[in-house]
Design a protein around this ligand. Structure first.
Ligand SMILES: [Zn+2]
Ligand SMILES: [Zn+2]
Length: 152
């Protein structure tokens, strides 16, 4: 799906929810989608300022809050950064694999992990209101080679 299709789907969802997909919100949405990987609020602000010179930190945080609430983006808590979510049209469980080498973030949607986690919490009489499942390591591209010439 290209960016214009993503934008029009997001626009449609906002209309259904009775929300305004303002120009600034759309721009931050585009910047996140273009970037692909995790990006901090300040990096986003720098990019936003290329087209919106008057943008200030609250501008970006308000736009990000909106995108997070609508499921268009996720926060990567351990990096204090944000990623675009292209599965925004449905609620989904989320686990993140974060590469410390290249910064690539893989979003997993495993409902079995989610259920096991909720079940363990329940066994402890714990009510989860907010959860983060993030793992750091190295992606396939960054992992050290095994030295056995089995590349590819
Ligand atoms: Zn997602
Ligand atoms: Zn990597």
């Amino acid at each position: 799906m290209n960016q214009e299709q993503l934008i029009s789907r997001a626009q449609h969802l906002c209309e259904q929810r009775g929300l305004r997909f303002t120009a600034i919100r759309q721009q931050v949405f585009r910047l996140l989608a273009q970037h692909g990987n995790a990006i901090s609020a300040y990096e986003l602000l720098d990019q936003l300022r290329l087209t919106e010179p008057g943008a200030k930190p609250p501008t970006i945080y308000r736009a990000l809050d909106f995108l997070l609430e609508q499921g268009f983006a996720h926060k990567v808590e351990s990096l204090n950064a944000y990623i675009f979510c292209c599965h925004f049209d449905h609620a989904h469980p989320m686990q993140l694999l974060i590469c410390d080498g290249c910064g690539n973030v893989v979003e997993l949607h495993d409902s079995a992990i989610d259920r096991a986690f909720l079940e363990q919490a329940r066994l402890h009489g714990f009510t989860i209101t907010n959860k983060t499942i993030e793992a750091h390591g190295q992606c396939a591209q960054c992992a050290p080679t095994q030295g056995n010439h089995n590349e590819g």
